[in-house]
Write a new protein. Structure first.
Length: 496
């Protein structure tokens, strides 16, 4: 504890964002480059070095947060990087994309703003790359055993890196043309520039991990053939089966799923397309869904030059303070949060009729209506109460010639034949069933990440990848492993 009074004398200071007018004209990350390092040591000083660090329990990776906070406060970046990478393969991903349940569990957050744990994590990760503290770590010797990992999202990449470093020969199969899963084509560039992803992939290649892109297991290669080719298989395909909105008018053109829209914008940033076929430029956009994916659509539409953008959230507008009775510390509370995209929409007034920033809260879609050519033109909505019942007399219509559905996902996509060909059992939620060792009903086949857990956070996906790697290593070595397993398959976030 470098400064015993740091949490009393130093106020919370977050990584500053670039001016809205500047950042909406490009796709770079929203934060001011280089503005984190001058403030981060003092922010790390705010860590209380509390006797029971609940941030450990709030983080499924079990990150050693007080330890690397202390090291950062002393500016011992090498040691901080070692402690951070001891529990997290990809801290630059979580430092940018995770909603930081660790900060909700910070003891200081009982009556003060929490330590900026996420910012400290990001600063360590970035400094590690700058100073060469994250070199490839190839194994000393090979085990002679082979593993196929299906899916290159955070769970698949974490599993692959852990198993490669344990000495196994690992090949990652990815259906898209580039590695990264939703981090590649689902997360906009302004939230995480893809150079961070490329850097880790090159590290993994240098360690010995092989990547097979543009390969859909179940179509381009049979699932049973793949299983016969490897000693073990890890399924980490994610929960990509999106939820639908079965209301009148859904068949009109101009209504798309968020994950049809976002990948095209990312491909423009990759240089694959000059413009997106679904560009929001000059269009009235309505996003149905109040979560992070909806916010990603919002920031993307603003940058594409939409005429207006409104986001619908079926829940009532949350407050700015924790509800101590229903969401007591240290659980992650539902609060009114202003993401970078929402800040942009607020300042640019993209949705004049919205309750706050670009959002209409307690709003439920009734139907869509269109023009004579069958293209959507209006979204009809109604206000709802806490039980999601329509409030009489509140129906209204929003102009909408591009509607994006961001309603979440319920399980793995079964259209590729992978699940059927292997004969995998599913649980009642539609996700892949597994036992306490992450093993499916098919010998030698394991499941990790959202494909088995259901839609979750990136930090849980990485924790799943690390844990399934330990299970696979035990399977291949006859019952022993030195790999850490931070969670079990049935662990869930803290709830009241």
């Amino acid at each position: 504890m470098a400064d015993p009074k740091g949490f009393l004398s130093t106020p919370r200071q977050d990584w500053p964002r670039r001016p809205v007018e500047e950042r909406v004209r490009d796709w770079d990350e929203v934060y001011v480059p280089g503005a984190l390092l001058p403030i981060i040591s003092k922010q790390a000083d705010r860590c209380m070095d509390c006797g029971i660090p609940f941030c450990h329990d709030a983080c499924p990776l079990g990150n050693l947060i007080p330890e690397w906070n202390d090291l950062v406060s002393r500016e011992d970046w090498r040691a901080a990087a070692e402690r951070l990478h001891a529990t997290n393969n990809f801290p630059e991903f979580t430092g940018r994309l995770c909603p930081a349940p660790c900060e909700a569990g910070c003891v200081l957050a009982i009556n003060q703003p929490a330590v900026t744990i996420k910012n400290v994590e990001c600063a360590i990760a970035d400094r590690a790359w700058e100073e060469g503290f994250a070199p490839p770590a190839p194994p000393d010797r090979l085990s002679g055993r082979t593993v196929a990992v299906i899916g290159s999202g955070p769970a698949g990449l974490a599993a692959a890196q852990q198993l490669t470093r344990a000495g196994h020969t690992v090949a990652v199969y990815e259906r898209d043309d580039r590695v990264g899963g939703l981090m590649r084509y689902g997360i906009p560039e302004f939230k995480m520039e893809k150079r961070h992803l490329e850097r880790r992939i090159e590290q993994m290649r240098a360690e010995g991990t092989k990547f097979r892109t543009s390969t859909t297991v179940g179509r381009d290669i049979g699932a049973t053939e793949l299983r016969a080719r490897y000693d073990a298989v890890v399924i980490a395909t994610g929960a990509t089966a999106w939820r639908e909105l079965p209301v009148p008018g859904r068949e009109l053109t101009g209504i798309h799923q968020a994950m049809e829209y976002l990948p095209l914008a990312n491909r423009v940033c990759e240089g694959d397309l000059p413009t997106s076929p679904l560009s929001a430029a000059g269009r009235h956009v309505v996003i149905v869904g109040g979560g992070d994916t909806g916010a990603d659509c919002l920031g993307t539409a603003v940058r594409e030059g939409a005429a207006s953008v409104t986001q619908l959230d079926i829940y009532a507008q949350p407050g700015t303070e924790r509800d101590e009775e229903n969401e007591p510390w240290p659980v992650y509370p539902k609060l009114y949060r202003l993401s970078g995209a929402h800040e942009e929409a607020r300042d640019l007034r993209t949705a004049p009729l919205a309750d706050a920033d670009a959002r209409l809260f307690a709003a439920s879609t009734l139907r869509f209506t269109g023009d004579a050519d069958g293209h959507v033109r209006w979204l009809h909505l109604v206000e709802v109460d806490a039980e999601r019942r329509a409030v009489p007399g509140t129906e209204r219509a929003l102009p909408a010639d591009l509607v994006l559905l961001a309603l979440g996902f319920y399980g793995p996509d079964q259209g590729d034949g992978l699940i059927a060909q292997l004969g995998l059992e599913l649980d009642p939620r539609g996700t892949i069933a597994r036992d306490a060792d992450f093993a499916t009903n098919v010998p030698g086949v394991f499941a990790a990440g959202d494909a088995a857990r259901g839609q979750s956070l990136i930090v849980w996906a990485i924790a799943e990848g690390r844990a399934v790697a330990a299970a696979v290593d035990r399977h291949l070595t006859g019952g022993t492993t030195r790999l850490p397993a931070p969670i079990g398959p049935y662990d869930r976030p803290m709830r009241a």
